[in-house]
Design a protein around this ligand. Structure first.
Ligand SMILES: Cc1cc2nc3c(=O)[nH]c(=O)nc-3n(C[C@H](O)[C@H](O)[C@H](O)COP(=O)(O)OP(=O)(O)OC[C@H]3O[C@@H](n4cnc5c(N)ncnc54)[C@H](O)[C@@H]3O)c2cc1C
Length: 385
């Protein structure tokens, strides 16, 4: 078993972290307060090659392997304090780009992947609906065949990048009676579609610069060639996307946990009470020790999952374990970081306050912690409901 990264990987990791620190942090408080999505920074990331990290060079990507991609996304989270921006990027990379690469036709890949890599297009994944969240396959959005097209009607909720996405991967059923086997994935190009109506961006607890909103489809006519995969293959495409998303989406959070620990160590060495640095109190140092353990165990799960992606393939249980464990660790470590900072910790000027708000949603998106636990239990052969 080899735990070391190569010199080239570490050099690349460091270049990503310095890029993120240098280019992505200015005016964060202002853009966070007004929930503004930083399109200029999105483009900077595209120019640096972030969105295309895992895509083949043929489509404008970097062609990085799974571990290098994971390391780079972790480094991005280490350097960049704007977890909302990074979350928007993850949402596009794993749940839209990757399914297009795997299930798309040659034409679909060449049409969309280069634009998603170079930042000229932003994508959104539209599965959740007002009536279907965890029970995603009970969706109600319908697709009806009409000659050479499909007409989509329905409503999608909590869509990340929804308020402005250029390309939407929309899941709809062509026949509800067929259940899972009726679900079909459609590539909806916003520039060529009139029946696409976007709700206002929703205000939320954390990840404030990532925008999320409702997307309605009202007699939205999609050419039949915009089906991704085949009719009825939507469930498999969704599962594939979620397997990747659950594996990778918290890489940047792990990067942030690393930086957060360094900040907490520095603070506890300089903050003095009772004539001593607070780090010298065992009750404080124990918190730092627990944060370190959470960071390292999260990393191990993250890297193992990436390694599985590049070898035998990852199971639903592997991805669920990474997602569940890292998200729960991120919330607990953010709470510890606040506690170590005392009253400063809950001030809006303090990064750890933002860390907690950003971390909480991780227990919900890509499937809640309860759903991840169910998947792990099923992976263990337990027939739970
Ligand atoms: C920041 C953020 C971004 C998101 N982005 C997107 C996106 O881009 N595209 C998209 O399609 N969706 C997106 N979502 C939606 C997300 O996928 C859903 O929120 C998630 O699947 C949970 O669904 P729900 O919120 O409707 O909760 P519900 O499914 O209503 O669950 C409510 C509670 O009941 C629990 N519960 C439900 N079923 C069970 C069960 N069988 N056993 C035990 N407990 C259960 C849940 O764990 C939860 O605690 C996003 C969500 C968030 C928070």
């Amino acid at each position: 078993m080899e735990f070391a990264f190569s010199k080239e990987q570490m050099k690349f990791r460091n270049s990503v972290a310095s890029f993120a620190e240098r280019e992505l942090n200015h005016n964060l408080q202002a853009r966070e307060q007004s929930s503004v999505f930083p399109r200029d920074l999105w483009n900077k990331c595209a120019d640096f090659g972030i969105q295309g990290l895992a895509l083949p060079k043929e489509y404008g990507g970097r062609g990085a392997d799974a571990l290098t991609t994971m390391l780079a996304m972790e480094a991005l989270g280490y350097g960049c304090l704007d977890q909302g921006l990074l979350f928007s990027m993850h949402a596009q990379m794993w749940s839209v780009q990757a399914p297009i690469l795997k299930f798309g036709t040659d034409e679909q890949r060449h049409q969309y992947l280069p634009r998603l890599c170079d930042g000229s297009y932003i994508a959104a994944h539209c599965m959740s609906e007002p009536g279907s969240g965890s029970d995603s396959f009970s969706l109600e959005t319908r697709a009806k065949r009409k000659g050479g097209s499909y007409v989509l009607n329905g409503s999608k909720a909590f869509v990340t990048n929804g308020p402005f996405a250029d390309l939407l991967l929309v899941f709809a059923t062509v026949n509800r009676k067929n259940g899972l086997w009726g679900i079909t994935a459609f590539l909806v190009d916003a520039k060529t579609n009139k029946g696409l109506i976007r709700g206002p961006k929703g205000e939320k607890l954390g990840l404030c610069t990532a925008q999320m909103g409702e997307v309605r489809l009202e007699d939205c006519e999609i050419p039949a060639q915009n089906i991704l995969g085949k009719e009825g293959q939507g469930g498999a495409i969704f599962n594939y996307a979620m397997g990747l998303e659950r594996s990778y989406i918290l890489a940047s959070t792990v990067g942030r946990m690393h930086r957060q620990l360094e900040e907490c160590i520095d603070y506890s060495k300089t903050r003095r009470q009772f004539g001593k640095p607070i780090a010298s109190f065992q009750l404080v140092s124990t918190r730092l020790v627990d944060m370190k353990l959470r960071l390292e165990t999260s990393r191990l799960l993250l890297y193992r999952t990436a390694w599985l992606h590049s070898s035998d393939g990852v199971t639903a249980m592997d991805a669920a374990m990474a997602k569940l464990y890292i998200s729960e660790c991120a919330v607990q470590s953010a709470l510890d970081a606040i506690q170590i900072h005392g009253a400063r910790g809950i001030s809006k000027d303090c990064q750890v306050e933002r860390d907690l708000r950003d971390a909480v949603a991780a227990r919900i998106y890509s499937g809640t912690s309860e759903i991840q636990r169910l998947m792990i239990a099923r992976g263990l052969g337990l027939f739970v409901t």
